[in-house]
Ligand binder design. Structure first.
Ligand code: ATP
Length: 331
């Protein structure tokens, strides 16, 4: 039996992870969940939202399923999500964005992937006040991290039979930092002559994404643009409730939805578990459990086809009702 670290998270985290664990159980696949609590709830007892035991568990198991964790504001702690990605060197944040059956959106045939560099850029945490009226944030872009993420994007394209990789920067303004990222894209891209290559400025990408997202395939970009663009692309397929993600590194992977802990709907049995479920389906494929991944995906699609939706998608179903509908649709 495979062992997977499970971080239940906070906010809507426990509700959606409970739903996903039960759906996986119902598929017949047995997973030994190594449950690790983290976030605001553990600070009082352990002095940190990300205790070392959580990192240890992921290092041992190599795979984790993670529900969202709130970043405490004004408490002096760095985001758990950012810390986790950094500590485990999960350098590639992969966010596929594809239409789901029967979810009405502005565009059909959206099928793109945002690949976001996950370890540096303005997320390096180098921020300080110069004086009372001036603050400075330092954007770090290195050749090592840029080449690594661009290579990941090209390898992803090869593996998933994608035709094009588009590099997204603001190299006209951040000439040195984004300029270096773009240079790395061109250097690495030269090794992949069969993959079409495109370069866009992030503002222009946003314009084109809302005008016709169907022309895009694989997008690779620095950390901050990836954060923003993947919320935009989530909106193209139905919103944050259905946007999946994965953080991949050389030594392990953490699968988590794009959305945060949504404290506004916490404990109301309203959250859509789909984003975490799609992330878990990807995780099962990563674990070579394709049979179960396909079975769950089919049940999820059938649920949407049957018109079952949570409130965020215009439906009336509670989290637990949606969970039960997916389980009922399992063949
Ligand atoms: P955090 O501070 O953890 O990022 P947030 O509330 O600022 O949390 P998100 O959690 O990413 O940001 O989501 C923004 C809004 O989208 C939420 O307030 C919620 O209303 C909605 N939302 C996010 N995820 C879901 C979901 N799985 N199901 C339903 N609604 C969701």
């Amino acid at each position: 039996m495979k062992t997977v670290t499970l971080i239940n998270g906070d906010g809507i985290g426990p509700e959606i992870s409970d739903a996903v664990v039960r759906i996986i159980e119902a598929s017949g696949l047995q997973i030994n969940w190594d449950i690790q609590t983290a976030g605001t709830d553990v600070i009082a007892e352990e002095g940190t939202p990300l205790p070392a035991r959580v990192l240890e568990s992921i290092k041992i198991n190599k795979v984790a399923l993670k529900a969202p964790i709130t970043t405490p504001i004004g408490m002096g702690f760095r985001s758990v999500n950012v810390q986790l990605r950094k500590a485990l060197d999960l350098y590639a944040n992969v966010r596929p964005c594809k239409n789901l059956p029967n979810i009405k959106t502005r565009y059909d045939d959206v099928d793109l992937v945002v690949i976001r560099e996950n370890t540096e850029d303005l997320y390096a945490g180098l921020e300080h006040k110069i004086d009372e009226n001036t603050a400075e944030s330092i954007k770090i872009i290195t050749r090592k991290a840029s080449e690594r993420i661009c290579r990941y994007a090209f390898e992803y394209a090869v593996k998933h039979k994608r035709k094009e990789v588009c590099c997204v920067t603001k190299a006209n303004i951040c000439k040195l930092s984004d300029g270096l990222f773009l240079e790395c894209f061109r250097n690495v891209g030269a090794e992949y002559p069969k993959i079409k290559q495109k370069e866009l400025l992030v503002d222009n990408l946003c314009l084109q994404l809302v005008q016709d997202p169907t022309v895009f395939d694989v997008l690779v970009m620095p950390n901050l643009y990836g954060d923003i663009v993947s919320d935009l692309t989530a909106g193209l397929i139905g919103g944050l409730g259905v946007a999946q993600g994965a953080n991949i590194g050389k030594y392990g992977a953490v699968f988590e939805p794009v959305h945060g802990s949504a404290p506004d709907i916490k404990g109301k049995n309203k959250a859509n578990p789909t984003a975490l479920l799609l992330s878990a389906i990807d995780m099962l494929r990563y674990l070579d459990e394709d049979k179960y991944a396909n079975k769950i995906e089919k049940a999820l699609y059938k649920t949407f086809e049957g018109g079952c939706f949570t409130e965020d998608l215009g439906g009336k179903m509670k989290t637990t009702e949606f969970r039960d509908a997916v389980i009922m649709n399992m063949e």
